[in-house]
Write a protein that binds this ligand. Structure first.
Ligand SMILES: [Zn+2]
Ligand SMILES: [Zn+2]
Length: 83
């Protein structure tokens, strides 16, 4: 279990990405990348993850945003064997 001291949110999984700006938790760096728009150092900012097509997955520790499709195999309960 990982806890972010600034917001107190917790999550599990080494692949997760937690945004230090808006404090949403994402399934992976690539999913987190989707909720950021603009150019780094110029107008880089966060947008609502839902507005860029990310899906909120309810985990025991909170909401984990993930991209539809490729990331789904990391969803709890969905395994490669079942695919
Ligand atoms: Zn963010
Ligand atoms: Zn945080």
């Amino acid at each position: 279990m990982i806890t972010h001291g600034e917001c107190g949110k917790t999550w599990t999984g080494l692949r997760r990405a937690h945004c230090p700006a808006c404090h949403e938790t994402f399934n992976s760096d690539s999913a987190a990348e989707r909720h950021r728009v603009g150019k780094p150092g110029i107008d880089r900012r966060c947008v609502d993850p839902a507005s860029v097509g990310l899906i909120p997955i309810e985990q025991p520790w909170g909401t984990c945003w993930q991209a539809p499709g490729t990331d789904l195999r990391f969803t709890a309960g969905v395994t490669d064997e079942a695919a």
